[in-house]
Design a binder for this molecule. Structure first.
Ligand SMILES: Cc1cc2nc3c(=O)[nH]c(=O)nc-3n(C[C@H](O)[C@H](O)[C@H](O)COP(=O)(O)OP(=O)(O)OC[C@H]3O[C@@H](n4cnc5c(N)ncnc54)[C@H](O)[C@@H]3O)c2cc1C
Ligand code: SF4
Ligand code: SF4
Length: 955
């Protein structure tokens, strides 16, 4: 049985005393100290793991000032802090053993905009895409582009001086900052525009800078992606250049006034095809005029991986037989200029396999998606137990030296026989590479230092930098070597001046001259140290949690994206796939190392924290396909609950939900009585439910038999010819469209028979979905085996098996396949089957309104084509159907009915669904039962299933 897990004492004493002192101030933010919360801030996208003491979520500048003023008291000078935004850093920049100051929860406001003077004033926790979505409405944008733009914050971008595609033209983040409000280590609030370094800096620092002008000029002008942070060359122009890229080591940014840029009027993307990556790097003349806005290269390995990806079908024709490609984008203010640049550029190309000029924005999006996916494609690829990891992932050299540099870089990696793929910014000389290593293996672990050292030497040889894009973080041990001793001393002088007690992100970039502490080191503390303590059996059982690499794609801010509703609605990182994965890993580690005798009390058990992190998951499965590593939280949740409930008692509510499919057919025999009982509010209260849907009074089985008394009899399929079988179908029942909305099953039957199909309906049987969601894994397994035997027998008839409700139908394809391997069972969604079996002749030609489609999250997650298939079917009948982009409706099975989740459920509904339903009132269709019942409950309107509309119109 699962042992209880008591964690070591929660806090270091000085931290406890500090938090007590802080809570006596007017600090308006949130203080989190649970182990689960601390774990969620213990990783970023790097190979490191450091568990902080606490996390503070300030609301405004004053809160941050209160934190640092309090910490500036003599007794608290040992308290250390690290600011955090999206936590997407790849080098441990936002990790600390001290206190995390997380600006991403509350400090997300857009404070002011001046469209004439082209600036916007924001809080640092705002996400880049969120800001750009706002600016787009006024035809502007924040120009620096970075890949994780849907989750990285402006505070993080400023502090890593982030940049990405197009940086040769656009520059880095620091080039777009007007003014920063920063809280210094003393708690003092300053504005960079008002900070006169001549007056405020120690004369010694200014003298050192003046004395080393030549050296500074030389060092900071090498590569386009020059050294970031503490920009000694530009800080004379503006103090912004001091703070930008300083990784929170000089102060905490609490407000930012940023330059905004008009959106480019015309853009064109070309895909250039090559025999090999080397040709891609050498073929573009980088020095000539008319240079494109961006040139991004993708190597042979990644193109090969892209060919295996489900989305490749859309770009297959563009890529053809290319082994490597360059994506080249031009921007201009008018079409003629764009055409001229393009023609001149194409004429200069050499050593190519040809090129493809994108026809429209859709083509361009598909190709840019390939580039954006590169990190995900390579991260997913395993080499035995080795996985691609970032540690030398963004070196940059002068662009004209890039091809030679890459040749040597690849030779080095090949000497170690490592699997890797490369992509990057050709125009900026910056290349991304993640060699595959097993961080649980001591020999591979040693390679981190060894390879980093060798790459540092190579970069030096080519006069480049180790951190061309993602900042220094744990690689700052190479800082002195890159700055040189003289300049690095100035860097340390600056750190000393701003942070004499080494309280701000200590160990990163530089240590104050007065401090005895040391810099963080490339070699650790590594996440692998924690992971390798987990027993191999547990690693295997929870493989998907082990796979999470922390890239944060699940923190996607956009409400219309399906990933991840529980995070979006709670804004709590514990309630995200990443949060859950990291908490589970720690739980597994504890399980692997603890001795049950140490357990103190039932209440202390860490498993309760794990339970609470997982119980907020809606099991929508968005993470299963949207996460680049396919981290499968619903599967992890089911496995965890299975073990958890071996120790702890289940609630009656869970038991009832899990057995819903078993008792509903019985309830349906007495619908009025059932509805009378289930409308009892006292019963709801007792079960901790908010409401219950009403069962239908129509007897589905009788109605079906009325239509055809042989409807459940498959023997008539036995003697059909192959040709006749093409017109036959077996519908599988599910609880929802049989007992709650039987008219949908009946309409489906009517519609299909009307189209000339011979339809049989399989007798109702429980699918087991609620059992799985609730973690009744033994019962689920038994049921799957039994059902599979039955479904196999139906499969032998060689007649398509089709389900109506997406979330149930997809269980046969997803969870069943994990239990019954090598099965021939194939259950299709109704639209998947119908789209391939539409009768030869189009039947409807009447004028009908446009319909809109809201699909079920699980359907969107697991069947990328689902909406397009509905569209095709509707178009076939001459009806226009427009899929709407929306996140989760908030119902997700029982989630929306549960007392503890109902508020979140309603908030989720408000995010997209409510607005879309009012914009297109009367014409919205929904594929999921959960979604329809959510709409009925909140808006008191009934939505139709698409098949109902077809059945009604085509009669
Ligand atoms: C898949 C992937 C692709 C990436 N691609 C790019 C890319 O194209 N270009 C690029 O530049 N980077 C890239 N990165 C790196 C990373 O996204 C950037 O460094 C980004 O700017 C970090 O933003 P964040 O909000 O996540 O910051 P965090 O990671 O939370 O923090 C980054 C640093 O900023 C500091 N910080 C954060 N907020 C504040 C504040 N308010 N005050 C003071 N200090 C603060 C932190 O202490 C830390 O040192 C990529 C990362 C991933 C995972
Ligand atoms: S769960 Fe997936 S998307 Fe989220 S951080 Fe982990 S790997 Fe990235
Ligand atoms: S299943 Fe849905 S709610 Fe649960 S973690 Fe994954 S995306 Fe989030």
């Amino acid at each position: 049985m699962l042992p209880r897990i008591t964690l070591p004492a929660n806090f270091k004493e000085n931290y406890q005393a500090f938090l007590n002192a802080l809570s006596k101030t007017p600090f308006a933010g949130e203080i989190q100290t649970s182990y689960a919360a601390r774990l969620t801030a213990a990783t970023d996208n790097s190979i490191y793991q450091v568990i902080p003491e606490a996390i503070l979520f300030p609301k405004h500048t004053q809160d941050v000032s209160l934190i640092l003023t309090c910490a500036n008291q003599e007794e608290f000078r040992t308290i250390q802090f690290c600011a955090r935004g999206g936590g997407t850093g790849t080098n441990g920049q936002s990790l600390t053993q001290g206190i995390v100051i997380d600006c991403s929860k509350f400090m997300t406001a857009i404070l002011e905009i001046d469209e004439q003077l082209n600036w916007v004033h924001v809080q640092p926790g705002i996400v880049l895409d969120q800001l750009n979505a706002y600016l787009k409405k006024v035809g502007k944008c924040f120009a620096p582009e970075i890949s994780p733009s849907n989750r990285a914050t402006l505070g993080g971008m400023i502090n890593t001086d982030a940049c990405g595609m197009g940086s040769r033209v656009v520059g880095r983040t620091s080039d777009h900052v007007v003014d920063l409000t920063c809280v210094l280590a003393t708690g003092a609030v300053i504005k960079t525009t008002e900070l006169n370094l001549q007056d405020s800096f120690q004369q010694t620092i200014l003298k050192s800078i003046a004395d080393n002008q030549e050296l500074i000029e030389k060092k900071f002008t090498l590569a386009p992606r020059t050294l970031n942070g503490y920009n000694l060359k530009k800080l004379k122009q503006h103090a912004n250049y001091l703070f930008c890229g300083s990784e929170g080591t000089l102060g905490i940014v609490t407000e930012c006034k940023l330059k905004i840029t008009p959106l480019p009027k015309y853009k064109k993307l070309i895909l250039i095809k090559y025999h090999c990556f080397d040709d891609a790097l050498r073929s573009i003349p980088l020095t000539e005029k008319g240079m494109p806005f961006a040139i991004e290269a993708i190597d042979e390995k990644l193109i090969a991986l892209a060919r295996e990806d489900s989305s490749y079908i859309y770009i297959k024709d563009f890529i053809g037989d290319a082994k490597a490609v360059n994506l080249v984008e031009f921007v201009a203010d008018n079409e003629q200029e764009l055409e001229e640049m393009l023609t001149a550029f194409c004429a200069r190309l050499k050593n190519t396999l040809g090129y493809y000029i994108t026809k429209d924005t859709n083509d361009a999006k598909l190709l840019w998606d390939l580039r954006k996916k590169s990190v995900g494609l390579i991260s997913k690829k395993q080499d035995g137990t080795r996985r691609p990891i970032p540690f030398i992932e963004d070196t940059a050299v002068p662009p004209e030296k890039l091809a030679d540099y890459i040749f040597e870089f690849k030779t080095l990696l090949n000497q170690y026989n490592l699997m890797y793929g490369m992509y990057g910014h050709v125009d900026a000389g910056c290349v991304h590479v993640r060699p595959a290593l097993d961080m649980k293996n001591s020999n591979d672990e040693k390679l981190i230092q060894e390879l980093s050292n060798k790459v540092a030497l190579l970069v030096e040889k080519y006069q480049g930098v180790m951190w061309g894009e993602h900042g220094q973080g744990y690689r700052c041990e190479y800082g002195e070597r890159f700055f040189g001793e003289k300049l690095y001393t100035i860097v340390r002088q600056i750190k000393t001046w701003f942070d004499p007690y080494n309280q701000l992100n200590p160990g990163k970039i530089a240590i104050p001259l007065t401090s005895k502490e040391s810099l963080v080191k490339v070699k650790g503390p590594l996440r692998g140290h924690f992971d390798k303590q987990i027993t191999p059996t547990l690693q295997e059982e929870y493989a998907s949690a082990m796979a999470c690499n922390g890239n944060g794609a699940c923190f996607n801010y956009a409400t219309a994206d399906i990933m991840c509703p529980s995070f979006k609605v709670t804004k709590d990182r514990i309630q995200s796939p990443k949060g859950r994965a990291v908490i589970i890993r720690e739980w597994l580690r504890q399980l692997s190392i603890i001795f049950p005798s140490k357990i103190r009390s039932k209440k202390d058990d860490f498993s309760h924290e794990v339970f609470s992190a997982l119980s907020g998951c809606l099991s929508c499965k968005a993470c299963v396909t949207q996460c680049p590593l396919n981290v499968n939280i619903p599967e992890i949740k089911a496995t965890f609950l299975f073990h958890y409930y071996k120790r702890y008692a289940r609630s009656l509510r869970d038991v009832l939900i899990a057995s819903l499919e078993y008792f509903t057919p019985w309830q349906a025999k007495f619908p009025r009585f059932t509805n009378w009982v289930s409308s009892n509010r006292l019963l709801w209260k007792w079960l901790r439910l908010i409401d219950l849907p009403k069962i239908s009074e129509c007897s589905i089985q009788a109605e079906l038999k009325k239509r055809d008394k042989h409807i459940f009899n498959f023997s008539r399929f036995m003697n059909l010819s192959q040709e006749q079988k093409k017109k036959a179908i077996i519908l599988l029942q599910d609880t929802f469209t049989s007992y709650y909305e039987p008219h949908i099953l009946l309409k489906t039957y009517d519609f299909l028979t009307q189209l000339g199909f011979l339809v049989c309906v399989a007798k109702f049987f429980p699918s087991g979905k609620p059992l799985h969601v609730q973690g009744y894994l033994e019962q689920f397994k038994k049921l799957v085996k039994k059902n599979s035997a039955y479904l196999e027998s139906l499969t032998e008839l060689n007649i398509p098996l089709v389900g109506i409700d997406p979330s149930i139908t997809l269980v046969y394809r997803d969870e069943y396949k994990k239990i019954v391997k090598d099965t021939t069972i194939k259950v299709q969604l109704i639209q998947e089957w119908l789209v391939q079996h539409l009768p030869a002749k189009r039947i409807l030609q009447v004028k009908v309104p446009v319909f809109y489609l809201l699909s079920h999250c699980t359907e969107k997650a697991l069947c990328a084509e689902a909406e397009k298939q509905w569209q095709k079917i509707f178009n076939y009948f001459g009806i226009q159907l427009v899929p709407l982009t929306a996140g989760c409706c908030g119902m997700a099975g029982a989630y929306g009915h549960e007392v503890e989740h109902v508020d979140y459920s309603r908030q989720l509904f408000k995010m997209d669904w409510q607005r879309l339903l009012s914009e297109h009132a009367g014409y919205v269709l929904a594929t999921g039962y959960s979604c329809r019942s959510q709409v009925e409950r909140i808006l008191k309107t009934t939505l139709s299933h698409p098949i109902e509309v077809l059945a009604t119109l085509i009669n």
